[in-house]
Design a protein around this ligand. Sequence first.
Ligand code: BTN
Length: 246
Amino acid sequence: MTQNFKITHLPEVDSTNNFALSLLNKKSNISYCNTVIHADFQTSGKGAYKNTWESNKAENLLFSIIICPEISAENQFLISKITSLSLIEYLKSHGIQAKIKWPNDILVNQKKIAGILIENSILGHNISTSTIGIGLNINQLQFSIELKAISLSLLKSNQKFDLSSELDKFLLFFKKWLNICHSNSETVHSEYFLKLWGTTEILNYKDDNQNFKAKIHNIDDFGRVTLQLTDNQLKTYGFKEVELIY
Ligand code: BTN
């Protein structure tokens, strides 16, 4: 059974992921397992692929969860899967149907409501610590158009939510999926696939050479996607090697 999470709240930090990583560098890792760093504002919020993560002050959830999972390095994408599934279930508890956009985005009506940035440290063949950074748009009402973003409040008639209670709610779902992942990774794989955007419909993709249409055939344990092209050819890509156009 997973322990409860200890939450540290900071008014401002460069990045909750960086703060968590510096804790892990300082002391014996073990004392920081199941710690959550929650900030109101980040001065250098990090997005995936060296992008930045922008968020108005105290309007959204910005947090990093440190876990010390018993997961082999080969299965590291399991952590992304349970994080995505927890976000999907959290949103469902608000009556919102969201989809996972491979590999790390959560979308509602094709707009991004949450992003995930996971930084693992590996010891031998295993993950020793995983820092799971989550940006979840809660109360922000305006986003620049190019971000194609949305928030819980925008989806719920501009209703305002208490950030700490929303974090607590999310962590309940996360705890549940963390337990499932240790006992039944097959359930995690199948649920993730069900919630993934583009498994039943043909979507437009772009790789280094061309634009093409495909549907998702599989996601492996490393997180690589296998696409089935319209001529039935199968092609496997790692992160950043292929992009969904929408
Ligand atoms: C992405 O979609 O590009 C990933 C975004 C991850 C943003 C979160 S906000 C909290 C945590 N701290 C960071 O610096 N980044 C993550």
